[in-house]
Design a protein around this ligand. Sequence first.
Ligand code: SER
Length: 315
Amino acid sequence: MKKILITGATGQIGSDLTLALRKKYGGENVIAAGHTRQPDKELAESGPCCNLDVRDPVALQTMVAEKRIDTIFHLASLLSAVAENKPQLAWDININGLINVLETARLQNCTVFFPSSIGAFGPLTPAENTPQDTIQHPDTMYGITKVSGELLCDYYQRRFGVDTRGVRYPGLISWKTLPGGGTTDYAVHIFHAAVKDKHYDCFLKPETRLDMMYMPDAVRAAIELMEADSRRLIHRNGFNVSAMSFSPQDIATEIKKFIPDFSISYTIDPVRQAIAESWPRHMDDSAARNEWGWRPEYDLPAMVKDMLEKLSGRF
Ligand code: SER
């Protein structure tokens, strides 16, 4: 990785991943491409930023050629709840955007990172210790685009020799940038509400347990997979990666250890509740551990402590 392009760089993963890559590979060598959100001060000042709509293949190919990009982290995507509201738009961005990235990579010899998700699984998938290779069959548009994305990336690898790699992220928790309309967003919003109002009204039921990960681990997973020796990789895309598993009531209990008068109430959103119930509670990530040495660092208590410290400083 010498010259890197990140699509969706102003999103929840992108804003953290861009800074981590710039630290490692030099600010000038990591181009942050956003579309709907403006870059914040730190992103704007630490290296080049640009506006790029991944649905525009000419703009994408021109950018990659002009900047001599060799690696693309393709993060631009609609999340699950937004995608359920706008399924045609989700297909357009998540699938046509990805095809444009893969075609650009094929023509200009780039390596591609594609984040899949727990959303790539569905109600027929075993929810506990979800195997690496199992029934997927999602029933959300988001999930359909993520399964198709995994398959497309594998196809470009097999058919054209494009070096594609990717993980299936669980719900991601971070303090820097808010997620853009997913089902696991409650696990981020709860911290903002706890620090500001000492109260959070949750849209998922108290016992809805899901697979989750803290952003520093998610960023490290992406970088370590992209730096892994390709000869060790049996899988390529859609590696299960897991770090912790909790429900709204579990995380509320943990937050109360730091903010004793914190309280939580529940007003259930049936759309997001149904999505959550179709997703894994905990994925088996042994393939990632064996093939490229994946290991998470943050469990629930360590994540909660760090989130509250970071957010208390901010507000
Ligand atoms: N965090 C995502 C969502 O909830 C899942 O990948 O949509």
